[in-house]
Design a protein around this ligand. Structure first.
Ligand code: NAD
Ligand code: RM4
Length: 262
């Protein structure tokens, strides 16, 4: 009998790329795959090497093999270099987790065109660029695989201070639906995971606003804000053989936040 997280057969040695794995959900995801004995490419942007090294330590502690790779996912040349580095260092990717993202909370009239562009470039263009660069090798390897993108509950609901961010998440969900069609014939499934409110650096300031955290907790049927590990677990589930026929889906990971309307 095997227990979840035990290195077993095809799980061990899988090549997994997690973008934005220096901190938060990406770090927890890298650590989760590390516990399978996977080879985990830990992408981080320039300036976040030290955080990424902590992720690498967690991956190694779980029995995985960490491989640090620097790239701003919004930069096409850097993404191409990353794809070559991973291919040369680890071989073709089995599981791509598009996780890198930013959400600088801002009032509508304070969002200038540069901020709008940057949020789109990291969140949506980044997911497109990485998917294109990495799945070329996956298709050529002919082994099938997974693309799992971290979208958001914000793909379906608005946010007064997230006017620039929510449309990028709707875009990421849509990107996965399109790629599910393009890559399904190659045995590569493409799905989106939609976290609700998860306590990480991205929303630390927002959740610290008077009453915000308590308000969210009162609206979430599970009674608590999510943890990065909650999302990492859902991503991992989609990477399992049992998820082979799930393609083009959106999976909310929000403790029931979204459905609690009435
Ligand atoms: P976080 O701030 O802890 O992590 C973001 C990660 O993205 C960091 O590791 C950072 O280094 C990386 N990153 C940022 N810009 C990058 C770039 N240009 N290139 C490469 N990496 C870059 O926040 P998080 O909550 O862990 O966010 C991870 C993903 O989850 C994001 O896509 C975010 O939109 C999504 N999400 C988060 C929540 C939440 O409540 N925390 C909810 C829904 C969706
Ligand atoms: C999510 C959702 C969360 C927010 C993060 C940054 O999509 O809106 O509430 O904290 O983004």
């Amino acid at each position: 009998m095997t227990t979840p997280g035990t290195p077993q057969g095809a799980q061990k040695g899988r090549v997994v790329l997690v973008t934005g794995a220096a901190r938060g959900i990406g770090r927890a995801t890298a650590a989760r795959f590390g516990r399978d004995g996977a080879q985990v490419a830990i992408n981080h942007p320039p300036g976040e090497r030290e955080h990424a090294q902590e992720t690498a330590r967690l991956v190694a502690a779980g029995g995985g093999t960490p491989f640090l790779v620097e790239a701003d996912v919004a930069d096409p040349a850097a993404v191409e270099r990353m794809a070559v580095e991973i291919d040369q260092g680890l071989g073709p990717v089995d599981v791509l987790v598009n996780n890198a993202g930013i959400c600088p909370f801002a009032n509508f009239y304070d969002i200038d065109i540069d901020l709008w562009e940057r949020v789109h470039q990291v969140n949506l263009r980044g997911a497109f660029l990485v998917a294109q660069a990495i799945t070329r090798g996956m298709v050529a390897a002919g082994k099938g695989g997974r693309v799992i993108s971290v979208s958001s509950i914000s793909a379906h609901v608005g946010g007064a201070q997230q006017v620039h961010y929510c449309p990028t998440k709707a875009g990421v969900s849509s990107l996965m639906k399109c790629l599910a069609i393009v890559l399904g014939p190659a045995g590569i499934t493409c799905n989106a995971v939609l976290p609700g409110a998860i306590a990480t650096d991205i929303n630390a300031e927002d959740l610290a606003r008077p009453g915000k955290r308590q308000y969210f907790e009162s609206r979430i049927p599970m009674g608590r804000i999510g943890r990065p590990e909650d999302v990492a677990g859902a991503i991992w589930l989609l990477s399992q053989p049992e998820a082979d026929y799930i393609n083009g889906a959106e999976l909310l990971v929000d403790g029931g936040f979204f459905v609690n309307l009435q």
